[in-house]
Design a protein. Structure first.
Length: 560
């Protein structure tokens, strides 16, 4: 059987088939290793996507917490706005009350001026009556000449007393001048503060045009008030001239009244008492006016402090909003980068899945081809092995006894070859079964990879939806920040308008209050200074009254 070429060729074919099957098995093993590596890569990518998804969920939670914090801050800002509006309303009510009180004080002052004018008229009527009585008593003047000299001495004493009182009044006027100067200094300080506030808010000039128009209207009103004050000053000057003329007349009357009777002296004493009462009333009025001015100044300072605190709160809120906007922009950029990375990872995973599916399909095709080739090899080897066994058995039977030794040797060789062929057949069959099992395992792995791919695709879709939702939340957050910034800007505008209006009203009230305090001493001179010395001492008050007109509230257009 060793010399049978067909059997040897069959054995060689079996060996070559066995080698080819081993090579195919090694190639299938390499494909399986590659598939395992790719599967591990896909698992790592899936883990990375899961981790990124967890990070996105955490970032979404932080964003939700930030949104809740911003809503809480917005509610707090709304509450602050309401409190500021209520405070502004209370301040406006207080200002209206103060204006009403000032108006009442002005009305009372005018009533007192009318009373003083009536007393002056009464004094003039009394002087006329005295002239008539003097004409009647000229005939009896010689008899009472000695008494007139005594009356003249008493009148000189009273004149000296009146001079001393006029000096005291001059001292009081000096004190009033000093108070007015201090008030002017305080007003200048307030005007400097107003200028500082105007320079601080000059950057928002476009928004303050309406306020400037209102300020111009108020300046026009102030100019009208100035003109009215000037007209009042002119009237007061005229009244002073008239009073000087009346004083001259009274001098003449005093020269004639040196020869009066004791009844006129009693009248003079009554008049001095009335003047003392009027002076006491005027002093009380001046004290009340000074107290009202101090209260108004304190209230204005408190309002300015409150406005400064409100402005500081608004600036802090605007700074917080700016920082939150910057953080939101950074978060948006970060999320956009993460979205791009996720899209890249998704594309890479899709490409890797496509390549893996292609490789799996190629591997399955190769495995199927190997299985088919092995099946064909098994089908081809089975008849060859059967033929070899039949030939061996026929050769053993047909050989004679004289060739038993050679046949035994040949039979042993053939039996060994047949055993080797049977063992090779069994190995091939086992290899075929293992290849079938490996093919089934590869199919299962392919199905698992496909399932993982579908799951990754679903997770990628969910991640894309979550990123889209996060982007929408970012847009809503940006819109919310914009609305909050607009509300804060509106609050700043309202606070600026209220601050300017309060400053204007405070300036007007501070301007009205010293005018009454300045005009009161002028009324005093006309009623109770019947001598020329008093008229000459009270003349500098006109220059002092001009200081109230020189004070003007600075407009928003003035520059430092």
């Amino acid at each position: 059987m060793e010399g049978d070429p067909e059997f040897l060729s069959h054995l060689q074919q079996l060996g070559s088939e066995y080698k080819r099957l081993r090579e195919q098995r090694a190639a299938a093993q390499e494909l399986a290793d590659a598939l395992d590596a790719r599967n591990s890569q896909l698992v790592k990518a899936h883990d990375e996507l899961a981790r990124q998804r967890v990070d996105l969920l955490n970032e979404n939670r932080t964003l939700i917490e930030k949104l809740q914090m911003t809503t809480q801050e917005k509610e707090a800002l709304h509450q602050q706005l309401k409190q500021q509006e209520e405070h502004i309303q209370t301040v406006q009510q207080q200002l209206s009350r103060q204006q009403a009180a000032i108006a009442d004080a002005g009305a009372q002052h005018e009533a007192e001026v009318c009373r003083l004018q009536q007393s002056i008229d009464k004094a003039a009527a009394a002087a006329a009556a005295a002239e008539k009585e003097l004409k009647q008593t000229q005939h009896a003047a010689a008899a009472y000449k000695t008494e007139a000299e005594d009356v003249h001495k008493k009148l000189m004493d009273t004149n000296n007393k009146l001079k001393e009182e006029n000096k005291e009044l001059a001292d009081l006027t000096k004190e009033l001048n000093e108070r007015n100067r201090s008030l002017n200094k305080k007003r200048q300080d307030l005007s400097d503060q107003v200028k500082q506030l105007q320079t601080a808010h000059r950057r928002s000039s476009e928004e303050q045009q309406q306020q400037q128009q209102q300020a111009q209207q108020q300046l026009e009103e102030l100019r009208a008030l100035k003109q009215a004050n000037r007209s009042l000053l002119a009237k007061s000057k005229q009244q002073q001239e008239e009073r000087q003329e009346t004083l001259r007349q009274l001098r003449q009357q005093l020269q004639e009244l040196q020869q009066e009777q004791v009844q006129q002296q009693l009248l003079l004493e009554k008049r001095t008492q009335e003047t003392a009462a009027a002076e006491a009333q005027l002093q009380l009025q001046q004290q009340t006016a000074a107290a009202q001015q101090e209260l108004l100044q304190q209230q204005i300072e408190q309002q300015q402090q409150q406005l400064r605190a409100a402005l500081a709160a608004t600036t802090k809120a605007s700074d917080n909003l700016k920082t939150q906007k910057a953080r939101a922009a950074e978060d948006k950029e970060h999320y956009e980068m993460q979205l791009q990375q996720l899209q890249q990872v998704q594309q890479q995973t899709a490409a890797a899945a496509a390549e893996a599916s292609k490789e799996q399909q190629d591997a399955l095709r190769k495995v199927e081809a190997l299985c088919n080739e092995r099946q064909r090899a098994y089908e081809h080897l089975e008849p060859l092995v059967l033929q070899g066994i039949q030939r061996c058995s026929s050769s053993w039977r047909s050989s004679g006894e004289h060739e038993e030794e050679e046949q035994d040797q040949d039979g042993g060789v053939l039996a060994a070859a047949a055993k080797r062929a049977a063992a090779a057949y069994k190995q091939l069959q086992e290899a075929h079964e293992s290849a079938c099992r490996e093919g089934a395992l590869l199919q299962q792995q392919l199905q698992m990879l496909q399932q993982q791919q579908h799951r990754l695709q679903r997770e990628l879709r969910m991640a894309a939806e979550e990123t889209q939702a996060a982007s929408r939340e970012k847009q809503e957050l940006a819109a919310h920040y914009m609305a909050l910034a607009q509300s804060v800007q509106q609050l700043a505008r309202e606070s600026e308008a209220v601050g300017t209006s309060c400053c204007m009203l405070g300036g007007l009230e501070a301007k009205k209050s010293p005018r009454a305090a300045i005009l009161q001493p002028l009324r005093l001179t006309t009623q109770h200074s019947p001598q020329p010395q008093a008229a000459t001492e009270w003349t500098p008050l006109t220059a002092r009254a001009s200081t109230a007109d020189s004070f003007t509230l600075p407009s928003p257009n003035d520059k430092n």
